[in-house]
Write a protein that binds this ligand. Structure first.
Ligand code: UTP
Length: 408
C-alpha cells in the first residue's frame, strides 16, 4: 500500500490522523506505518456506533452438568474411551498465553512467573507438568500449540527454549501469534503509540482459532488426524488438560464441545455460568444474571445456574472447522492505553482513556449445537492466578498446589 492509498483508506473511516506525522518519519518507519494501516481491520470501529456486542441476549435456561459423582461412577468407562483417543494421538491442546496479565503486575509473560518458594516453579512449568501426567499414562505426547501475542512472543519462545520445554518433547510444541486489534480513544479515533506506530493490543482469547489457521497450523492437525482440540488458559496452575476421563466423556457424549465447570462457591460468585440461551449452549456472565436467576434452586436446594466455566474446553475439530467463519461478537473494554498527544509526546494515562476490542472464547460455545458441562472438583482443578494477593492470586494458588501435593 502506498501513501495515497493509505490516505484514502484512513479518510474513508475518519482516521487520517494516523498519517499526521508521516513526513517526519524515516523511510523505514513510513513503510512500517503503511503496513500497519494496511493490516488494520477498520470494520471493528463500526461496533462503537452500534449496540454493545454482548447486549441483546436471548432466553436463558439452566443447564445441568455431568457431576463429579456421575463421573466417578463411570470413570473406568470414560478413561478407557479417552485412552483410546489419546493413544492414537487424536487429541491436541492449545494454550492461550497471549493475554497482558495486567492484574498480576508482572512485566514478562504471565507463564514466566515463578511461584516456587524453596525452588523455581514457573506457571508454564506447572501446566507442562500437568500435561506430562497424561503423557506418562498414555506413553504418547499430544501436540501443544501455544498462542502468544506480538508483545510476549519472543520472551515466551526464548523461555521455553532456555528451560528445555520443561521436559516436553519440543517436536510436539508449536507457537503462534494471535491477531491484534487497534486501540481507540473515547472519540472513536485510533490511538498512536508513536509517530509511526499504531496502538494495538491482543484481540482477546476468542481469536485463537482464526490465528491458529492464519499461522498455518491447521494442516498439522489435519495431517495427524486430530479429532479433539482442547483450549485452556495460562492462569490455572492446577487444571488437568485432556485427562483420559474428560476426553472419554466427551467422546461418548457425542457433543460438539465439553466444558470443565466447577460449582459456584456462592450464588454471587463472579464467574460465567454455563446455561442454555434460546435452546443452545451459552455462557451467561455474572453481571448479566437477574436476581431470580442467581438464587433459583431445584427441589433438592441446589442452585440451578450453578456451574461456572474455568476456561478449559475440549472441542471437536470438525465442528470447530464448520463454525470457523462465523463472526464472534466483539466486546469493547475500557482500558488505560498509552498514546501520543497532539504534541507528539507519549502519555501514560492513570485512568481509562479508551477502548480495546476483544473476542472471547466463551462466545464460541454458543455457535455450537451441544455442550457437555463436565464438573471438576474446585480444590483439585481450579487455581487461577489473576492477582498477586487475595482472591485468585499467587497466594491462593500456592495453597491449592500444596494441598494437591505439589512441592513449592
Ligand atoms: P484474562 O481474561 O485473565 O486476561 O485471560 P489477561 O490479559 O491474561 O489478564 P489481565 O486481565 O490483563 O489481568 C484469560 C486467558 O486468556 C488469555 C490469557 O493469556 C489467559 O490465559 N488471553 C487473554 C489471550 O490469550 N489473549 C488475549 O488477548 C487475552
Amino acid at each position: 500500500m502506498n501513501y495515497q492509498e493509505a490516505l484514502a483508506l484512513t479518510k474513508k473511516y475518519g482516521q487520517e490522523h494516523l498519517l499526521r506525522y508521516y513526513d517526519e518519519l524515516s523511510s523505514e518507519e513510513q513503510i512500517s506505518l503503511l503496513k500497519e494501516i494496511e493490516a488494520l481491520d477498520f470494520s471493528l470501529l463500526s461496533i462503537l456506533h452500534s449496540e454493545s456486542a454482548s447486549s441483546g441476549r436471548g432466553f436463558f435456561e439452566p443447564l445441568g452438568a455431568l457431576t463429579v459423582q456421575e463421573i466417578s461412577e463411570k470413570r473406568i468407562e470414560y478413561e478407557r474411551a479417552g485412552l483410546e483417543v489419546l493413544n492414537r494421538e487424536k487429541a491436541a491442546a492449545v494454550l492461550l498465553a497471549g493475554g497482558m496479565g495486567t492484574r498480576l503486575g508482572f512485566d514478562k509473560p504471565k507463564g514466566m512467573y515463578n511461584i516456587g518458594e524453596t525452588h523455581d516453579l514457573y506457571i508454564f512449568e506447572c501446566l507442562i507438568n500437568n500435561l506430562l501426567d497424561v503423557v506418562r499414562v498414555t506413553g504418547h505426547y499430544m501436540y501443544l500449540l501455544i498462542m502468544t501475542s506480538e508483545l510476549n512472543h519472543e520472551d515466551t519462545v526464548r523461555f521455553f527454549e532456555e528451560k528445555e520445554y520443561f521436559g516436553y518433547d519440543p517436536d510436539y510444541i508449536r507457537f503462534f501469534v494471535q491477531d491484534t486489534a487497534p486501540c481507540v480513544g473515547y472519540d472513536g479515533k485510533i490511538l498512536m503509540e508513536g509517530k509511526g506506530r499504531i496502538a494495538v493490543s491482543p484481540n482477546g482469547n476468542g481469536g485463537w482459532f482464526h490465528s491458529l489457521v492464519k499461522a498455518g497450523l491447521y494442516p498439522l492437525l489435519q495431517e495427524h488426524g486430530v479429532e479433539y482440540l482442547s483450549v485452556f488458559g495460562v492462569d490455572n496452575v492446577c487444571q488437568r488438560i485432556n485427562d483420559p476421563a474428560f476426553v472419554g466423556a466427551m467422546k461418548l457424549s457425542g457433543c460438539d464441545v465439553c466444558a470443565k465447570v466447577v460449582q459456584k462457591a456462592d450464588p454471587n460468585e463472579r464467574v460465567g455460568v454455563l446455561c442454555l440461551e434460546d435452546g443452545r449452549p451459552s455462557i451467561v456472565e455474572y453481571y448479566e444474571m437477574t436476581d431470580d436467576m442467581i438464587h433459583l434452586r431445584d427441589a433438592g436446594g441446589n442452585l440451578l445456574y450453578n456451574y461456572g466455566v474455568i476456561l478449559n474446553y475440549l472441542f471437536r475439530l470438525d465442528r470447530l472447522t464448520e463454525i470457523a467463519n462465523n463472526r464472534l461478537p466483539l466486546h469493547i473494554v475500557e482500558k488505560k492505553i498509552p498514546f501520543i498527544d497532539d504534541s507528539g509526546i507519549l502519555q501514560k494515562p492513570e485512568s481509562p482513556n479508551g477502548y480495546k476490542f476483544e473476542y472471547l472464547v466463551l462466545d464460541m460455545i454458543h455457535l455450537l449445537e451441544s455442550c457437555l458441562p463436565y464438573e471438576v472438583i474446585r480444590e483439585k482443578e481450579f487455581a487461577p492466578i489473576k492477582n498477586r494477593t487475595g482472591i485468585d492470586s499467587v497466594e491462593s494458588a500456592r495453597t491449592l498446589l500444596k494441598e494437591n501435593g505439589v512441592s513449592l
